[in-house]
Structures are given as structure tokens and as C-alpha cells.
Design a protein around this ligand. Structure first.
Ligand code: GCU
Length: 452
């Protein structure tokens, strides 16, 4: 299944592989060039065409997740916290970029509280709340709309899934009371005019957020639009929450600083600042989840912020759960060219040089230990390398063993549509790159299995 792929998928990947108008143009150029020459030119450098052949995966060595800078392997739990810091610094420095640690002022205004209205019917069992969260620093501010669903009338605090969405809160539900986002939206999405959402975008990604099922299972679920935190286009790391820290910009002379994924991850932590003080929500029951680029974000947020008790990444691919050194599907050069703003500038040093990377994505999964982590793939999502996503979980296991916990993943892909693993969970959903209610069923079972 993972061994060959025709031009149809290359086209699909190139098209799925773009967000801004400019990256769309470059993706189209890539596709055209691939067909013509089977190699791609961008100015001076040529990007290797994507590999979908398992037998062409190079031999690679992965650093032991318990090995430190000097190569020494830690053996005791009391060495973990220092070691985890090392892993986070390694990944921040070389890939996502370091986040500022200064605090911002946070103002919260609840502007809506009422029963959900789903498919034109009031749902008295589901409470909808909306907040505007204002982050302020040095006279500048950023506003984030947060939508929260919880069981209504429950006197117990509930555990809560937290995840960003791609198209605005209104796109996650047909509830007409959910406010339309006013921030930047990708112009290629339905119902978006001049990079702004219109009413036609409502519920356009509703199937990704099965509110009824989640709330009926006893959970809260909070979401915010990633464009509120940082608009998803290359502007030289200046807009969104980057603007609150102008002195902390990622530049040629400070190539180690935060890109967009780190900004979205930082934003997720600000949502947690608010949620942990919101009535009805258990401050110890935060679970972060995300799909695709927001799955990369969920992993980075979860690795950094231990308030996330469970971390879930769906179809996160390159720069997420997939091992870069396998060079399967999307490559480092490809992602850095299509999305120069997602990672820091240092990450570009590994364009077409995955073998020279002193790290890989299994260390990202390991940095979450001992907290449970769940990785999900889709069988037709070869661009995201399902086997590479599984293998990160497999190779992260020693970090869990340190705590006497079993990761529990095999090194071969399981059959589709079954959830496997122990403290590190995994499933391969049959089908395309997407987040579906069947994925959510596995996430909910995993949370229950781990006591949340
Ligand atoms: C593109 C990109 C992926 C990313 C995905 C998404 O396909 O190449 O790395 O995960 O977009 O976020 O939708």
C-alpha cells in the first residue's frame, strides 16, 4: 500500500501542500515541473521529488530519546526533568523556534452563554459559551475568540479537549449563535471573501467537531481559530502574536526564534490559562488535539506545556509525528519552501539534508512523557507518512519505560480502524487526510482509558 504512487497523488499533494496564494503558485509550479522533469527547481536549489516507495527509504540512525547532548543515556526518573528540558531546547533551537517566556496581560470577556442550537434544534443538554480573550503587551493587543461546549447542568468539573480550528469557530458548527471570525482566513476556503469569512462558511468543517458525541461522552471541548493567533502566511514572522514581542522576531541574525507553529502552540497555552480558571472545567483535565499543521502544533504545545495531560496529533506528518529521516512523503525542504513561516530559520539548514539532522520527531513525542500521547494516521494520507508517524511513537517508548510505562506500539502498521498501544496510542483510519468523528471515538476511548 505504501509502495507506489502516481501523478494523481503528486498533484493532490502539491495542491494540499499550500496555504497562501504564493505557496499555491509555487506548489503548482512544483507539480508542473515534476511532470516535465521529475525534479524541481527553485532558483538555485532543487527540491527532491517526494518519495512514496518504502524500498527507497534510506538507512537512518535515530538518537536514543534518553541520550543527552554528550551522548550519555539517562537511567533515573530524577534525571528526566533536566533531560526533557534538553529535548525541548534541541527542538526549539533547530525546528520550531523558541517562544518568549515574558508574560502578557490577559483579559477575558464572556459574551455568550446559552444552550446549543444544533441542526435548528435547541439542545438543553449542551452549554455553549463564547469568550473574547485579549492578550496585551507594551500597548499592543491580539484578540482570540474562544468557543466552549460543556455538558449543561453538570455540577462536576469536566475534562476538556482543546484544539485550534482552520476556518473560524463558525466553521466548526451550524449553531447560528457562534460568532463569525473577523480575522484572516485562507482565501481558498469556501465562504471566504477577501480573506474574511462570510456566513457561507458556517459549519463548513462541522464534521471535524462532533460536539454532541464529545459532550455526551462527558467532556468539554474548546476551540479557537488559528488565524486569531497568527495568520497563516509568510510575513517575515511579524503579525499575530509575534507582534506582541517585536524584539523577539525570528530574523537572519536570530534564526532560532519562534515561527507560526510555535506561535499557535503558545496561543493554545493562553487558552489553557483561561480554561483552567473557567467554572465547570477541571484544571487538571486539559487535553490538546489538532489535525495536520494543527496536529504539529498540538504536539509542540503538549510537549512544552505540562498542563496538557493528554496530547493528540491527527495526520500531523512532516514536522509533526512523522520521522523526517525516512524521507517519505513531504520532505523538510518541501515544507520549508511551501510554508517558510511555520518553522524557524534554522530548520532550513536541513533542507534535503535530513541525514544531517541531529534530532528527529520521536524526540518530540518523547518530550511528552510520561503523559499519554495519541498519534493517528489515515491510510491514504501518504504525504504525511503513516508509518513514519507510527515509528515516532515506537521510538519514543524508552522515555515511557523510564517511568515503568509501556508505550506499547509495534514497528509495523496495524490493520486499519483499530486502536492500538498503551501509553502511546495509535490508529490508522481508513481513508483520506482528515479529522473525522470516527477519529474522535478513538480519542475519547483513549482519554477514558487513561482516567480522564
Ligand atoms: C499541507 C502541508 C502539510 C500540512 C497540511 C495541513 O499539506 O504540506 O505539512 O500538515 O498542509 O495542515 O493541512
Amino acid at each position: 500500500m505504501l509502495s507506489s504512487l502516481g501523478n494523481k497523488h503528486l498533484a493532490h499533494s502539491a495542491i494540499r501542500n499550500c496555504t497562501s496564494f504564493f505557496s499555491w503558485i509555487s506548489a503548482s509550479v512544483v507539480f508542473i515541473t515534476i511532470i516535465a522533469n521529475s525534479s524541481v527547481s527553485f532558483g538555485q536549489s532543487a527540491i527532491r521529488p517526494p518519495n512514496y516507495d518504502e524500498s527507497a527509504v534510506p538507512k537512518y540512525d535515530l538518537p536514543n530519546v534518553l541520550a543527552g547532548k554528550d551522548g550519555k543515556v539517562i537511567t533515573a526518573i530524577n534525571q528526566w526533568s533536566e533531560h526533557r528540558k534538553y529535548l525541548l531546547e534541541l527542538l526549539a533551537e533547530n525546528e520550531y523556534g523558541s517562544m518568549p517566556t515574558d508574560l502578557v496581560d490577559i483579559e477575558v470577556e464572556k459574551f455568550d452563554d446559552g444552550p446549543a442550537i444544533l441542526q435548528d434544534k435547541e439542545e438543553p443538554g449542551i452549554r455553549r459559551r463564547q469568550f473574547v480573550i485579549t492578550l496585551k503587551r507594551n500597548g499592543k493587543f491580539v484578540k482570540i475568540d474562544m468557543l466552549l461546549w460543556t455538558p449543561n447542568g453538570s455540577f462536576e468539573q469536566v475534562n476538556c479537549f482543546v484544539g485550534l480550528n482552520f476556518r473560524g469557530n463558525q466553521s466548526t458548527t451550524d449553531d447560528p449563535k457562534v460568532r463569525l471570525t473577523s480575522s484572516w482566513c485562507d482565501a481558498r476556503n469556501p465562504g471566504v471573501v477577501n480573506n474574511h469569512a462570510t456566513e457561507a462558511s458556517r459549519a463548513s468543517q462541522g464534521e471535524r467537531w462532533p460536539i454532541r458525541e464529545i459532550v455526551r461522552a462527558g467532556y468539554g471541548v474548546a476551540t479557537a481559530h488559528y488565524g486569531d493567533i497568527d495568520p497563516d502566511f509568510d510575513d517575515g514572522f511579524e503579525n499575530g502574536v509575534h507582534a506582541l514581542f517585536p524584539e523577539y522576531r525570528c530574523t537572519e541574525t536570530t534564526p532560532e526564534r519562534w515561527g507560526a507553529i510555535a506561535a499557535w502552540a503558545w496561543g493554545l497555552s493562553r487558552l489553557v490559562d483561561v480554561l483552567t480558571k473557567t467554572d465547570g472545567i477541571s484544571p487538571n483535565g486539559m487535553m490538546v488535539l489538532g489535525h495536520s499543521r494543527l496536529g504539529k502544533t498540538a504536539l509542540w504545545a503538549g510537549a512544552n506545556d505540562e498542563r496538557f495531560k493528554i496530547v493528540i496529533s491527527n495526520n500531523s506528518g512532516c514536522g509533526g509525528a512523522a520521522l523526517s529521516k525516512r524521507c517519505f512523503g513531504e520532505s523538510v525542504a518541501r515544507i520549508n519552501t511551501s510554508f517558510p513561516h511555520w518553522f524557524n530559520r534554522n530548520f532550513r539548514r536541513f533542507n534535503d539534508r535530513e541525514d544531517g539532522m541531529p534530532f528527529d520527531q520521536h524526540q518530540l513525542v518523547a518530550a511528552i512523557a510520561p503523559r499519554p500521547v495519541y498519534i493517528s494516521s489515515a491510510s491514504k494520507d501518504l504525504w504525511a507518512d503513516p508509518l513514519g508517524e507510527l515509528l515516532s511513537g515506537y521510538h519514543a517508548a524508552p522515555a515511557y519505560s523510564l517511568f515503568g510505562l509501556s508505550g506499547g506500539l509495534p514497528s509495523n502498521l496495524p490493520a486499519v480502524n483499530q486502536s492500538i498501544g498503551e501509553t502511546i496510542g495509535y490508529h490508522l483510519r481508513e481513508g483520506e487526510h482528515d479529522l473525522m468523528s470516527s477519529d474522535w471515538q478513538y480519542f475519547i476511548q483513549f482519554a477514558k482509558r487513561h482516567g480522564l
